[in-house]
Design a protein around this ligand. Structure first.
Ligand SMILES: Cc1cc2nc3c(=O)[nH]c(=O)nc-3n(C[C@H](O)[C@H](O)[C@H](O)COP(=O)(O)OP(=O)(O)OC[C@H]3O[C@@H](n4cnc5c(N)ncnc54)[C@H](O)[C@@H]3O)c2cc1C
Length: 396
């Protein structure tokens, strides 16, 4: 392995791999380091992705068609409806065309395309320490138990919600428990679900400050999980048990058996004030590029990664300003992130009592619920729901 690279990407998730592919295509020398022995595993994702035309409605994210077409080859199911079930059991549904992805395969496909573009992807290589100085960065890696040092003109931190790159470069100093959620899921066989309907269930008993989900792989297999914010304490395992065995979802799920399990942290706060230094960029979960109403981060990670790769390559090849990255991702993604965050803050109040949430969900039409979930709408009824909850709707 060479000791000097123009760009080193830390983390081989969607953000890092999109960044690596873009930068390598533009002609930069790119190394991707990934701490796990195999890209894509262990899986820490439920694998739901709205289809490209839905994403177009949601975000003005630039040019990720190619990434989405790669990702689409990992789909195991296609869905067309989303149902939201209130704590009192009433439900509303709206149309959302979605893909259910095999996330391990998705990351593998993205890694192959980054490698084809010329990036070197190095698994079992964990970043231990990052030091940035005048002419770039020095990275200390643990590669299969051996300490190695590499140098880079630019480092892209795409190393997830607890990003070392973000903390060691000083871009993120503190992560609040209120802006992180923990999600736990099982893939269950033998369930009886509608294969084209993704369901979100709300209720404090199993998902305080979050929701439970059923994402079908087929009529008899589904990814079933719960996500709750860290401020509501630990207990994800028992909440998942409650969701599966004693919630409105149980009649469909209880008979099944778990064939796989996974979990992980999801950032659900705002991105840091700055995501760029003279030699470091952060993208994806590392920079809280997430729709915080749902925790969905795949499309934003792909988009931010691509922009980071492009700006890093422009910098090392043509001397352009690295901080162009900051301007670009904010231009294309900030509206959606801010809108979702504002709505998540409102949820915080509604979530404090199941009855409030049930009333609010009754007040909203299915289309409004869809927009709220995407972080987009503040109609009259949303204001009424807020008024009922005794809160002033945040500006977005
Ligand atoms: C349980 C769960 C379910 C989810 N479900 C969905 C969903 O259905 N749809 C959706 O859109 N989003 C979902 N998300 C969120 C989504 O997975 C993330 O937003 C997305 O993966 C972010 O991509 P990323 O590349 O920024 O980070 P990640 O995918 O987290 O990738 C970061 C990579 O960096 C590596 N890494 C970390 N530290 C180091 C280090 N020091 N050195 C080297 N490598 C390192 C990690 O091993 C990892 O491979 C879910 C998240 C969780 C936890």
């Amino acid at each position: 392995m060479s000791e000097r690279w123009q760009i080193v990407v830390v983390g081989a998730g969607p953000a890092g791999l999109a960044a690596a592919k873009m930068a390598a295509e533009m002609g930069a020398s790119v190394l991707v380091v990934e701490e796990h022995a195999r890209v894509g595993t262990p899986v820490q994702c439920a694998g739901f992705l709205p289809q490209p035309h839905e994403l177009e409605e949601l975000l003005s994210i630039p040019h990720i068609e190619e990434e989405l077409s790669i990702v689409s080859r990992a789909r195991v199911n296609t869905t067309s409806l989303q149902r939201m079930v209130a704590p009192d059991g009433t439900s509303k549904q709206f149309e959302v065309d979605g893909w259910v992805l095999d996330r391990a395969r998705m990351d593998e496909l993205l890694a192959k395309s980054a490698a084809r573009a010329g990036a070197e992807v190095l698994p079992a290589a964990r970043l231990e320490r990052l030091a940035s100085g005048g002419s770039g960065c020095a990275l200390t890696l643990d590669v299969r138990g051996v300490r190695e040092c590499v140098k880079a003109q630019v480092v892209i931190g795409a190393d997830g919600p607890l990003s070392k790159v973000a903390s060691q470069s000083g871009l993120v100093r503190h992560r609040s428990k209120s802006d992180l959620a923990f999600c736990l899921y099982e893939v269950r066989d033998g369930v009886e679900v509608e294969p084209d309907v993704v369901e979100m269930y709300f209720g404090r008993r199993f998902a305080p400050g979050g929701y439970g989900w059923v994402i079908p792989h087929s009529a008899h297999r589904a990814n079933v999980g719960v996500g709750s914010r860290l401020i509501y304490g630990s207990g994800a395992r028992s909440r998942l048990h409650t969701f599966v065995h004693s919630s409105h979802a149980s009649p469909k799920l209880g008979e099944g058996v778990a064939v796989a399990r996974g979990g992980g942290l999801v950032p659900c706060g705002m991105p840091p004030k700055c995501t760029c230094t003279d030699a470091v960029l952060i993208a994806g979960d590392a920079a809280s590029h997430v729709v915080s109403t749902t925790g969905g981060g795949i499309p934003l990670a792909l988009a931010a990664g691509r922009l980071a790769g492009m700006c890093a390559a422009e910098h090392v090849l043509h001397g352009r300003e690295l901080c162009e990255y900051e301007r670009l991702w904010r231009q294309h993604m900030l509206g959606c992130i801010e809108g979702a965050y504002a709505i998540r803050r409102t949820y915080d109040v509604l979530f404090s009592r199941d009855v409030l949430l049930s009333v609010a969900m009754r007040l909203l039409s299915p289309i409004e619920l869809k927009s709220v979930q995407q972080g987009r709408v503040w109609g009259v009824r949303m204001r009424l729901a807020c008024a009922l909850a005794g809160i002033v709707p945040p500006k977005c």
